[in-house]
Design a protein around this ligand. Structure first.
Ligand SMILES: [Zn+2]
Length: 270
């Protein structure tokens, strides 16, 4: 019972850091059933929902995170119990701690093909059409598993941020940057009073690799040269103290956004 309520809290973004034991998928990942040498075919989730609040609970089943087709079929055949809210179902292989809810499977090919593909060649015109569809699913998935952002290809991460801003109603374009092959995102927010141009740089850094002041200074230079109104850095990591100190007196011109902000945005994306 306690575990359940902690997890629900986590869905609301109150305490992300403490609860995640997410086990990442790699192409060599095997079925988690003891003794099985098959490659995993699906990722396993514990799923539950609450009738009263319409709240869904969806978490990787850490007792059996990956499963092959064969064992998935046996698992379903031998399942005992009703798939109802607050009920619980017993399985031979999954949900070994008999948590409330029931098991669901997501084929790895569907879940991960887009996530792990090298950045697709995306140009400005295709960004709004093709990519949005890919992203709706990807973003839904990431919002449940924000830690997976660390596994995204940096190019893919740029596209993810571009898509989030597009969905927020900004006019977005991704522009090739010559320096390092990365792209800057230009996002224009229009309202009845004024239009604001944002130039956004993304840094898909690991959790421990903070964005330093030199990056922030560099973007401030780009913002000024491009006559943009706001320079924004969006990172999966966080910022060094120097970076924050540099940006804070410039808070109308510089905006630093980190993992927690991203997690919020992913959740707002509907
Ligand atoms: Zn198996």
């Amino acid at each position: 019972m306690i575990k359940q309520s902690i997890l629900i809290k986590s869905l609301k973004g109150i305490d992300m850091e403490n609860i995640k034991k997410y086990i990442g998928y790699e192409p060599t990942t095997k079925c988690s059933v003891t003794g099985c040498e098959n490659n995993a075919d699906s990722e396993v989730y514990l799923y539950d929902y609450y009738d009263s609040t319409n709240e869904e609970f969806f978490e990787q089943d850490y007792t059996c995170p990956f499963i092959c087709k064969e064992h998935m079929n046996i698992n379903e055949e031998k399942a005992r119990g009703e798939k109802i809210p607050r009920g619980s179902v017993r399985y031979p292989y999954t949900n070994q701690h008999y948590a409330q809810g029931y098991t669901r499977y997501q084929p790895l090919l569907e879940v991960y093909s887009e996530v792990f593909n090298e950045g697709l060649p995306v140009n400005n015109s295709s960004l709004r059409v093709d990519f949005t569809e890919v992203n709706a699913e990807l973003i839904k998935y990431l919002s449940r598993n924000p830690e997976l952002m660390y596994k995204l290809d940096p190019r893919k991460f740029e596209e993810l941020v571009a898509e989030i801003f597009s969905k927020k109603g900004y006019d977005v374009s991704l522009t090739q940057r010559t320096r390092d092959g990365g792209k800057d995102i230009y996002a224009i927010r229009r309202d009845s009073i004024v239009s604001t141009l944002f130039v956004i740089e993304t840094k898909r850094y690991s959790k421990t690799n903070k964005v330093g002041v030199e990056i922030v200074r560099g973007l401030y230079g780009v913002k000024s040269a491009e006559r943009a109104n706001v320079g924004m850095i969006v990172t999966t990591s966080s910022f060094t103290k120097d970076a924050i100190d540099f940006a804070s007196p410039l808070n109308y011109e510089l905006s630093l956004r980190d993992f927690n902000n991203l997690t919020e945005w992913l959740k707002e994306y509907k």
